[in-house]
Design a protein around this ligand. Structure first.
Ligand code: FAQ
Length: 325
């Protein structure tokens, strides 16, 4: 849908304006909300930032599930803080998207209508406490790998939101690794739980970077506009290279018999995820898609009275201001 919009709308735009815009991008300038931008650039950003915001919000659900069952008071406080951070990330990102002329309500309605996506990873269940470790270590680890370059993305509000988000994600990744460390150094049963969590989260984490470069629809245009800085496969490779030594330190095994250091490329060779599973998950057929959407729909419906009250209050104040003038 977006690819079509980009081509048809771009062709109607003033070639001089397009060239001047591309020159600004190529010179490394930031684009700000009131600057002229091609319609395709604006729509691509709304899609990516909106999906990113939805991911942060839906991403609270698998971990929120364990707040009441954290093994100690300290772990509970840490997990609570992390989940609250994710809510904050969602809010900064919705605000960044709003500067492009779309409201948070419109974005949420598009999500609930199945017109927008959120990250595939949050459609997998968190079955036990070791999974909370694996989510922090691998899921936040993959998120940082993707988001650090996005600090240099060409759209000012998105790039600035990413700076703060990345700082918080580093803490999230460390808390996950710390849980894994405790489990891996614990009883044989605890170590087996940590290994099992790694086995289940490894390939879904690799899928977070998106389809292989062969199948990525948006990468070429997004990279030309510096919305994306790297291809999906480049970031996936960096993630594998960073994570393998961390697994070795934990004494855990990456569930890939073909994983092998490749001296020539200076990185690991590894098996690709099952892409048919990825495409099924993003179509809505993953293990938890229905549950996640139900939770979002319920939160939206339950919050209607509050949104209505807030809007009524805002309208009343605006009317009072006009009357006073
Ligand atoms: N899941 O052409 P491409 C977090 C879709 S981190 C679902 O390669 P693009 C932190 C894609 O939208 C997670 N859909 O697309 C956290 C497109 O479909 P469309 C969020 C995916 O945009 C941690 C189609 O496939 N991070 O939440 C996925 O150039 C722990 C073709 O793909 C971000 O969103 C996927 N994994 O590259 C929170 C980062 N991959 O829209 C709580 C910003 C692809 O045409 C707890 N986003 N698709 O219908 C990006 O960097 C990019 O959007 C990519 C995808 C790399 C995700």
């Amino acid at each position: 849908m977006y690819a079509q919009m980009v081509t048809s709308e771009a062709s109607n735009e003033d070639p001089e304006k397009l060239a001047a815009f591309q020159a600004r991008i190529d010179a490394g300038e930031k684009i700000e909300p009131k600057d002229w931008m091609p319609e395709g650039y604006r729509k691509t950003l709304i899609r990516q930032i909106g999906q990113h915001a939805h991911s942060e919000i839906v991403g609270q659900l698998p971990e929120g599930n364990w707040i009441t069952r954290a093994p100690t008071l300290e772990r509970k406080a840490i997990l609570l803080a992390k989940v609250q951070d994710e809510a904050g990330h969602g809010l900064y990102l919705y605000c960044a998207a709003e500067t492009l002329g779309v409201s948070r309500d419109e974005l949420t309605e598009a999500l609930l209508a199945g017109k927008m996506k959120y990250s595939s990873i949050f459609n997998y269940p968190t079955l036990n406490w070791a999974d909370i470790g694996a989510v922090g270590w691998l899921v936040d680890g993959a998120a940082i790998m993707n988001q650090v370059p996005l600090q240099r993305t060409s759209f000012g509000p998105y790039s600035r939101a990413m700076i703060r988000i990345c700082k918080e994600e580093s803490f999230h990744q460390r808390q996950g690794y710390d849980i894994m460390m405790k489990m891996a150094q614990g009883t044989p049963e605890q170590k087996a739980m940590a290994q099992d969590a790694l086995n289940r989260f490894w390939y879904p984490s690799l899928m977070m970077f998106g389809p292989s470069d062969r199948d990525s629809v948006h990468s070429a245009q997004s990279m030309a506009w510096k919305i994306k800085i790297n291809t999906n496969d480049e970031l996936r490779q960096k993630f594998v290279d960073q994570t393998v030594p961390q697994a070795e330190y934990l004494g855990l095994t990456i569930p890939d018999p073909d994983l092998k250091w490749n001296e020539e490329k200076g990185g690991y060779d590894f098996s690709e995820p099952d892409w048919s599973e990825f495409f099924e998950v993003i179509k809505g057929n993953g293990p938890c898609n229905a549950e996640r959407m139900e939770a979002r729909q319920k939160a939206w419906d339950d919050g209607a009275w509050f949104r209505d009250g807030l809007m009524a209050h805002a309208k009343k104040r605006a009317a009072a201001r006009v009357a006073a003038e």
